[in-house]
Ligand binder design. Structure first.
Ligand SMILES: CC(C)(COP(=O)(O)OP(=O)(O)OC[C@H]1O[C@@H](n2cnc3c(N)ncnc32)[C@H](O)[C@@H]1OP(=O)(O)O)[C@@H](O)C(=O)NCCC(=O)NCCS
Length: 188
């Protein structure tokens, strides 16, 4: 059991637990959540395996992704997940990703979680640069990156084959110094 915990005004970000199974399944079995992902909508077994794999891997583990549950403080409901990958060694590069149950989208929760995760990655883990990679048609994910001050750095034409088509991908990024300057002046 790890004590990783981030708190925002409305959210708690923590590692997954076995009793999050139903909430994770609700979110990740939804075709709208899986649409732009390399994975298919989750089955109950997928959700169980996911929690078994990720419940013990805290953010900042070198060379690894970690999966983090997004929980509403008010109701304790888990409404989605986010993820942080930290590269091995001295490169200090990271990557983030986000998923919210459709019923909880459109209220700024992903923005709130993303800011908190960036703050943790830059202030606590001292990462130098963080990227997010998404399908070029994933307008909501692109808007999220723009809201948290990330810069569009790359557009890859048909670089990924998934769900029976060639997908274009975009890469957003933000440097530690850019985030900290914006954060301290209240922009992010
Ligand atoms: C990507 C994803 C997490 C973004 O979720 P989201 O709900 O659009 O983002 P937020 O929770 O930050 O909400 C932002 C919306 O709430 C509104 N909002 C309301 N209150 C707000 C607040 N306090 N702060 C910020 N935005 C707020 C914003 O105006 C925005 O509305 P709009 O979409 O009409 O412009 C979500 O679309 C998702 O889970 N998609 C499926 C999975 C996926 O593809 N993930 C990305 C893989 S790379």
């Amino acid at each position: 059991m790890h004590d990783f915990l981030l708190e925002t005004v409305r959210l708690r970000l923590r590692l997954f637990r076995e009793d999050d199974l139903d909430a994770l399944l609700r979110c990740r079995s939804d075709e709208r959540v899986a649409r732009f992902q390399l994975w298919d909508p989750f089955t109950a077994d997928d959700a169980k395996n996911f929690i078994n794999v990720w419940k013990e891997i805290p953010p900042g583990t070198p060379g690894s992704w970690s999966a983090i549950a997004i929980q509403l403080k008010k109701t304790c409901e888990v409404i989605g997940d986010c993820a942080l990958k930290v590269e091995n060694g001295e490169n200090l590069q990271g990557e983030i990703g986000f998923n919210l149950s459709p019923v909880h989208q459109g209220r700024g929760y992903a923005t709130e979680a993303c800011r908190s995760l960036l703050e943790y990655a830059f202030r606590e883990l001292k990462l130098h640069r963080i990227i997010a990679v998404m399908d070029a048609d994933n307008k909501d994910a692109i808007a999220l990156c723009e809201r948290v001050g990330m810069r569009r750095e790359a557009y890859y034409k048909q670089n990924t084959w998934y769900k029976n088509h060639w997908g274009d991908e975009v890469v957003f990024a933000i440097l530690q110094k850019e985030f900290l300057a914006a954060n301290e002046s209240g922009i992010i």
